[in-house]
Design a protein around this ligand. Sequence first.
Ligand code: SF4
Length: 227
Amino acid sequence: MQITEIYKSLQGESTYAGLPCVFVRLTGCNLRCIWCDSEYTFHGGRKMAPEDVMDEVSRLSPGGGLIEITGGEPLLQERELVPFMQNMLDKGYKVLLETSGERPLHKVPPDVVKIVDVKCPDSGEGDSFRLENLNLLTGRDEVKFVLSSRADYDFACDFTLRHNLAERVNAVLFSPAFRKDATGSRDSSHCLLDPQQLAEWMIADGVPARLGLQLHKFIWDPAVKGV
Ligand code: SF4
């Protein structure tokens, strides 16, 4: 597996937010979102045998716990990743998989929690979501929309209602995008869409979604990696 980093922190962007979690960040992405804060994953990394990745996860979180597979786009390494995730499940870990939903999801083991980040128009990667994946989402999965404008919000509302997402998945998350060069203060001034504005729209419209903030960006300097 080509790995950018493995570290322990708090999960920051789902209904699991706030829980201790080991992150396994895979190298490589086939998308180029305008506000991407993970461009350092596009290249480089180090080749690791899946057994060595498992050993590192076990060292950081012995005996189980939460593990998030992220990237980049982890499913670009599907051949190695699928058996790895199954092994982690068999060892008693709760496994979250963060993916854009552009790659097919049918080989993902059923007990993995898929957190699918459907790209909105102003990400520059709108229309990248593979619609066939909708039928593979279950009540344990979550769908996230990272929003940087009113147009993104309208898209997310329409997608949520048109595909009846609130009935299909555990949670629908609307989250303001952060400036990718944000640094210094740990507050919402770095958000491309003001969370207060987003909250007011959601309240007014009664959207069946929950507002999510990237917790780690309010705890650590937004420029810090590996947290
Ligand atoms: S899918 Fe994720 S890693 Fe890839 S460009 Fe978009 S935000 Fe960055």
